[in-house]
Design a protein around this ligand. Structure first.
Ligand SMILES: [Zn+2]
Length: 260
């Protein structure tokens, strides 16, 4: 399994300024390619940086703009342009609306794509060689889902937008890699988001080998990222990667990492 970060920004301010891109993450397996949390720019950046004709499914954790904005456009690309059956895996709010979160993927697009499945607490799904498991997180969209994408070879957890809670961590215990949507730097925690100083608690009891930090909010980007990373490196045993726009994992470390 390979991850291609089309965007590593999160939150309203970074989305509006595009200080980091917000195109989500392409997940590639031997048999398929799925697009996780396609925020604004997902359609454009998958054309500029990757092979959009390989995409067959869209996975959406919750109904906030920086995760779902381009989902309808990707569905049209998958079905109409590339003539694939396709599938959507998304939480209840995205598919049907919940509370004050309006339905984000239209009925028209849900009818267009081959399969529509709801990610919810304890749900399990399969798509090609990919198994998907879901759990409920604690976030502004009350139905927000965290998930694990698994092939025979690798298991990648997505700790999506959520407030830290001890009860969420055990779900990720069999993962090799955890991608943490970490909007905030150290000492800047806010309700319903994860900050960097909570990552040691997330991975404390997990036997994972790599933590990938992404979904940077503007307060995080205003800090010295090298310093933040060094701190986390010292706190945890797993390898720490701060995602960058365009980064593929595993694979090509970006040239900018070696500059200056
Ligand atoms: Zn959110």
């Amino acid at each position: 399994m390979k991850l291609h970060f089309l965007g590593t920004g999160g939150g309203r301010y970074v989305t509006g300024t595009q200080r980091r891109k917000t195109g989500g993450i392409l997940v590639k397996t031997d048999e398929t390619q799925v697009h996780v949390d396609p925020g604004p720019g997902a359609l454009v950046h998958c054309h500029e940086m990757d092979e959009p004709e390989e995409t067959e499914a869209v996975i959406v954790s919750h109904g906030h703009l920086d995760h779902v904005n381009d989902a309808n456009a990707l569905i049209e690309m998958i079905t109409e342009v590339n003539e694939k059956e396709g599938a959507v895996f998304a939480n209840e709010s995205v598919l049907r609306g919940y509370g004050d979160i309006e339905k984000c993927i239209t009925d028209y697009h849900q009818n267009q794509i081959g399969r529509v499945e709801t990610l919810e607490e304890g749900s399990e799904h399969e798509f090609k060689d990919l198994a998907i498991r879901s759990q409920q997180m604690f976030h502004g969209d009350p139905k927000t889902q965290g998930f694990i994408l698994e092939t025979e070879e690798k298991s990648v957890g997505f700790w999506t937008d959520t407030e830290y809670s001890e009860e969420l961590t055990a779900f990720y215990q069999d993962c090799d890699i955890v991608v943490v949507y970490c909007g905030r730097p150290r000492n800047e925690s806010v309700p319903s988001h994860t900050s960097l100083d909570e990552i040691p608690d997330i991975v404390e009891d997990l036997d994972i080998n790599t933590v990938i930090v992404t979904h940077f909010g503007y307060k995080f980007l205003d800090t010295d990222l090298d310093e933040q990373k060094e701190w986390l490196d010292e706190e945890i045993g797993a390898k720490v990667v701060f995602a960058e726009d365009g980064m593929e994992f595993p694979g090509d470390a970006k040239l900018s990492r070696f500059a200056s």
